[in-house]
Ligand binder design. Sequence first.
Ligand SMILES: Cc1cc2nc3c(=O)[nH]c(=O)nc-3n(C[C@H](O)[C@H](O)[C@H](O)COP(=O)(O)O)c2cc1C
Length: 411
Amino acid sequence: MASRTRAPAAPGAPAALERDFERFRRELPRDFAAHVRDTFRIDLTGRYLGHAIPHPIGKGSGQLSLNAGQLEDAAAAGLAFAVLKTVIAEDETGAQTMAAWAVHETRMKVERRAAADGRPGWTVTWKGRGWDRSFTEYLALVRAGRDLTRAGRLLVVPSVKYHLPRLGEPFREAEYRYTTARLADAWGEPPLLVEKDFSPTLAGDALADDRAQILRWLREVPGRIRAASPIPVRVAVKLMNARFDDQFQVEMMKESRGADALVVFNRLFDVERGVAFGGWDLSDRNLRVLDGMTPGTPHLRAGSVVPLTPGASPGIPALTGTGNIGSGRMLLEYARRGCESVQLHTFFQLPLSEYPATRGSRTQRALHALVFHPQDGLIAGLLELEARGEVARRDGELHFLDVPALAHRAR
Ligand SMILES: Cc1cc2nc3c(=O)[nH]c(=O)nc-3n(C[C@H](O)[C@H](O)[C@H](O)COP(=O)(O)O)c2cc1C
């Protein structure tokens, strides 16, 4: 808890940061958020789907959350949350309208991908789509995630691709009902948390050629999931990068008011190669669109109080960022535009030589760089925002969540 008696961070904080960066190369303490609070007086608490999490960094849905071993590894590394691979909804007979997304493909290629302007970056090329094993196996994974969540070790959230009809066609309610009820049953205690994926491969599909059709999905899908669930449910909508302009992305966000959270925005789609991709082009676009929602961030004076209600912007759900996050600085770019947490995939897959840490799992090495890097890490970035007067300490502490709260205020 914030204490009024705590002194502001010592002027020597960056030296302490250098020291921690060096010694944690060999081993990152699992509860590094508590260490950061004690050492730097920085509260890293983030938020995802209404849950307070010890810091804002989680794993996005995909190939890194396919089995219980990967979840255990994430929990052991001290990750804040993990979203399970997207499962394709089905009805009680096993019929899946979106079956074309349940593609089996094992080979992923971690590749360098330069941005349109030449900046070198990374992407993961992969032709697969959703979960390709049985729904029963998925439910077993949900139960493993539930146990980790209950134990307070890792917040785990399932992800679903539900049926999306053409304009004028009805939603297949049986798929919504059956899939959500089974998830709720596996989860047990309410609320059920669900992420609904509007994927980049969908953006590349003829189904997503029509703007009015996409906007109808966004308006109606959160309500459909709520109506289908036998227990209270919180819905995050993971928005795709549609093949329209930035203004349409903003429109998509505004139409998604029925969701509890928005994940902004899934990867771009390379029509020529028929694959989704990331890198700097992805973060450039995502940040530009989020800028369209935030007309300039006001500065926070020392001692002023920031409202910390989730989704504080009128009419816009709480935000979670995704796309080319490979440093604490990039994480803060999303936070300054309102994101209360972030979901990474590519940065957990780089060659080991790309991480400054010399030991530990990829997740640990990634967290070490993201949080403790003396120039590009989250702590360094927050101290810099403080030095520039963009955030101020309250009761002697800097709070990560004050950064997105400022963006919400500006809206
Ligand atoms: C190989 C791969 C598989 C993915 N599968 C899914 C998925 O099934 N559902 C989903 O919502 N997002 C999926 N994603 C998107 C990621 O969760 C993430 O949002 C996206 O890659 C942007 O983050 P990054 O730049 O850190 O990779 C996938 C990404 C990759 C690279």
